[in-house]
Ligand binder design. Structure first.
Ligand SMILES: Cc1cc2nc3c(=O)[nH]c(=O)nc-3n(C[C@H](O)[C@H](O)[C@H](O)COP(=O)(O)O)c2cc1C
Length: 326
């Protein structure tokens, strides 16, 4: 793992369109997951899991480790941060910039009770003054661009445009919007109409997020937006990112026809990345649920899953997957 300070010149305005990004997902989009996605679809922009500004500010080792990335493979690399204290954002942003990230994204959409009760994440949609102050503090501390990921609003989309205009005036250079409100959490269908309307009203890049599960979905939802962001559809199926890239960039909308045998080398590579970054014990422990998702739907999945959730080494995974009659 390299920890270089690399000067980058990423700019949201110059990023090639449409932007296709992997959503930040705590507990999922660690370096091994991002690197796997980049191997499958190098065109994809990746975000870190959300990192606490309080922890970064105090130099918490675990949080600093979560920012490790491969500066050659993972470009552009956006680090997402959360918190509520402007002075902590200033210090955290400097740490993120020094680690060589291409951009800083501020989380204003997480609906988790623990996050919202601390006035972080989605709670900021109810406090636009503080939200704007966090953007301004962060942007003044670093030279890399600052973006925001948010939701439609607290309980409706009626304040989305004024809220985002305030963030832009404070220095946000791009916005990613999940088409649900805080109140909806993950229920219902993502609504893209308010995001399209936002794009008509602002000059900065706007990325739409929510419920994109295939290349055809991505094409249907892109509309007037600058890009799309995909999260849960990659669980057990990181190859969907290739399908989405092919659909949006190359007009190829046929669903991927990859066989399980063709997927195995990627699955093994995912395990290797995890072990490289977290050591064999921790890496394989964290890989178990990914492995269970990879075999979902293939013949004998239940039996395979029972074996895969116990694996302790890459070699064991190779043996189990190698024994599947394909
Ligand atoms: C397990 C999990 C963890 C998530 N963690 C984050 C996070 O750290 N930061 C963030 O902005 N959103 C987070 N999200 C929300 C996603 O980035 C995304 O907005 C949401 O899943 C909707 O997109 P999708 O329908 O493509 O999954 C998380 C979602 C899931 C399922």
């Amino acid at each position: 793992m390299l920890h270089l300070t690399v000067m980058t010149s990423f700019s949201w305005a110059a990023a090639s369109r449409p932007i296709i990004s992997l959503a930040p997902m705590a507990g999922v989009t660690d370096a091994s997951y991002r690197q796997l996605i980049k191997r499958i679809a190098p065109e994809v922009m990746v975000y870190s899991e959300f990192l606490s500004t309080d922890a970064l500010r105090y130099g918490a080792k675990k949080t600093l480790r979560m920012m490790h990335f491969d500066p050659l493979l993972e470009r552009p690399f956006i680090v997402q941060i959360f918190g509520k204290k402007p002075e902590h954002f200033v210090e955290a942003a400097k740490v993120v910039e020094q680690m060589g990230a291409d951009g800083i994204d501020i989380n204003m959409g997480c609906p988790a009770a623990r996050v919202v009760s601390s006035s972080h994440g989605s709670a900021l949609m109810k406090n636009p003054e503080l939200a704007a102050e966090l953007v301004a503090s962060t942007a003044s501390a670093v030279s890399i661009p600052v973006s925001v990921k948010t939701r439609l609003g607290w309980d409706s989309s009626e304040n989305l445009i004024p809220f985002c205009e305030k963030l832009i005036a404070a220095g946000a250079s791009a916005l990613a919007v999940h088409g649900r409100t805080f109140m909806q959490k993950f229920h219902g269908e993502a609504d893209y109409e308010p995001i399209y309307e936002l794009k008509r009203r602002v000059q900065v890049p706007v990325i739409g997020n929510g419920d994109i599960r295939s290349g055809a979905d991505a094409v249907a939802k892109l509309g007037n937006l600058d890009g799309v962001m995909i999260g849960r559809a990659t669980f057990g199926n990181p190859w969907v990112m290739r399908e989405i890239v092919d659909a949006l960039l190359h007009g190829k909308t046929v669903p991927s026809t990859m066989t399980f045998a063709e997927k195995i080398p990627f699955i093994i590579q995912h395990c290797r990345f995890a072990v490289e970054q977290k050591g064999e014990r921790r890496g394989m422990l964290e890989m178990r649920r990914h492995l269970a998702s990879y075999v979902k739907g293939i013949p004998g999945a239940a039996e395979l899953r029972a074996k895969l959730v116990r694996v302790e080494s890459v070699a064991a995974v190779e043996d189990i997957l190698g024994s599947i009659p394909l």
